[in-house]
Ligand binder design. Structure first.
Ligand SMILES: NC(=O)c1ccc[n+]([C@@H]2O[C@H](COP(=O)([O-])OP(=O)(O)OC[C@H]3O[C@@H](n4cnc5c(N)ncnc54)[C@H](O)[C@@H]3O)[C@@H](O)[C@H]2O)c1
Length: 442
């Protein structure tokens, strides 16, 4: 079998999952031929880790040399795991230079960048895969199956609450995510997962979004109230880390990966992974409420808070033959801290069906071990070694899914800025392709 040639751009925490997949589990069919980042320290670190693992010498390139990397290495596909705001640059350039692309979520951060990706894909005919690992976790696939099989009839409305806790949730306020220009805020960066799930679950796309949001907790005022009066701009130099008086502090020197990947590479780009979560310059929200109308008539109320005591979600689908309720509690972690990210806590999670005029019942929970509710490994399998029989749940997400999922968040950002005015998603970009819901819609 001829191996598919991959290069990676953005060699931070998330990129490790793809490096491992290409160089280990799927090495019989995939080959890593280039690594690229603005920070050459992280590139060299990955190269030396690969050499130590016996993989061989993978050429490294600075971000300015992206075109040269493509010309020299002739990859089939570029894997993009940079900051969210840079995804469009590499997706579009990869396509223009004749490559397909795989991008981490969110596909991009605003409507102008989204339009550029849509236009470039149309012009070049290249393929884009958006890695929505959340679709692949068994519980979420189980929800898809229950809805597809008509368990509660036709879905009429959805009530969706997602909680981020003061460990994982707080982490978004430590680094680049904390500025809307980098991440689109949590409405785009995080909720793209949730909006994609809803689009896929109910086989529809958003029409109108009304949103309210504010920064309520991760503020200097909260830090003052909690008594962090000696705080500095980052944990590494903060007396509250040294005397262990701040439960929000992150010690970059305490974990091998944090130290090697971030602390020891700061000299190259000044990227501090441990900025104070109560910093003055944070401009994203931490408390958001939305009302979304979908094109199939479904209404959704959605709520996201990122300073809560537990992490996970509750969702209820109200159908014309009953109600489906799901609760999923997730394990506590910080991205890159060596623990498995976002595993399902089975004993606290459930799937319940409440049929009209009949007794409610519990459906045995489908779960799996591994990152993001077991979704990560299933996603990788579907990318690198897909089932030749296909996937009846159509979990592989592309350009249309990537675009529709961010546009709910982009519309929410606009609505929040306009004090809750309704925003029509279709007005944001032109030429939006329809997601493929064949055989799945009711
Ligand atoms: N699907 C998931 O569950 C999941 C989980 C974590 C992260 N992610 C996504 O993965 C991506 C990376 O996140 P991360 O946690 O690894 O962040 P990170 O900060 O650890 O890594 C980002 C990397 O991008 C590099 N970079 C910054 N600007 C660049 C530019 N202009 N050109 C090239 N490289 C640049 C940085 O130097 C860094 O090495 C994000 O888009 C994030 O949303 C997805």
């Amino acid at each position: 079998m001829k191996k598919k040639r991959y290069v990676q751009v953005g060699i931070g925490s998330r990129s490790r999952m793809f490096t491992r997949a290409i160089t280990e589990r799927y090495a019989d069919r995939a080959e890593l031929v280039g690594l690229c980042d603005v920070n050459m320290g992280r590139v060299e670190l990955r190269r030396s880790d690969l050499l130590d693992a016996g993989y061989g010498d993978v050429p490294g390139y600075h971000a300015d040399e992206f075109d040269r990397m493509i010309a020299e290495q002739k990859p089939d596909c570029v894997v993009v795991t940079t900051r969210d705001c840079d995804h469009d640059t590499y997706i579009c350039r990869a396509m223009e230079l004749g490559c397909d692309a795989i991008t981490e979520k969110p596909m991009t951060t605003d409507e102008a960048k989204c339009q550029r990706i849509l236009d470039t894909a149309e012009r070049t005919g290249r393929d884009l895969r958006v890695t929505f690992n959340y679709r692949y976790s068994p519980t979420r696939t189980q929800v898809k199956e229950l809805l597809m099989s008509g368990t509660i009839g036709k879905v009429l409305s959805v009530d969706f609450t997602w909680n981020l806790d003061t460990r994982h949730g707080a982490d978004y306020y430590r680094r680049w995510h904390r500025n809307k220009a980098n991440s689109g805020g949590l409405m785009v960066h995080k909720a793209t997962h949730h909006f994609d799930l809803v689009n896929w679950w109910i086989c529809s796309t958003p029409d109108t979004v009304t949103a309210l949001g504010r920064l309520a907790f991760y503020t200097p005022d909260t830090a003052d109230k909690l008594g962090f009066d000696r705080r500095t701009d980052r944990c590494h130099t903060c007396p509250h880390l040294a005397d262990e008086s701040c439960p929000f502090a992150l010690d970059l020197s305490a974990k091998d990966f944090f130290r090697r990947c971030y602390l020891e590479q700061e000299q190259h780009d000044g990227y501090f992974r441990d900025r104070c979560v109560f910093g003055e310059d944070i401009d994203i929200e931490d408390s958001m409420n939305l009302a979304v109308r979908y094109r199939n008539g479904v209404h959704m109320s959605y709520c996201l808070n990122s300073f809560l005591p537990w992490e996970g979600y509750r969702i209820a689908f109200n159908g014309d033959r009953g109600r489906l309720e799901v609760q999923s509690i997730e394990t506590v972690y910080i991205s890159g801290d060596d623990s498995v990210p976002g595993e399902t806590v089975e004993e606290k999670s459930y799937v319940r069906v409440f049929p009209h005029l009949a007794d409610p019942y519990e459906v045995p929970l489908a779960t799996a071990k591994g990152g993001h509710g077991g979704g990560d490994q299933r996603l990788l399998e579907d990318i690198f070694q897909p089932d030749p029989e296909g996937d009846r749940f159509r979990r592989a997400a592309g350009l249309a899914d990537g675009a529709w999922s961010i546009l709910t968040g982009v519309a929410a950002n606009r609505s929040m800025a306009a004090d809750g005015q309704a925003v029509r998603v279709n007005d944001l970009v032109s030429g939006l392709p329809e997601p493929d819901h064949t055989d799945m819609a009711d």
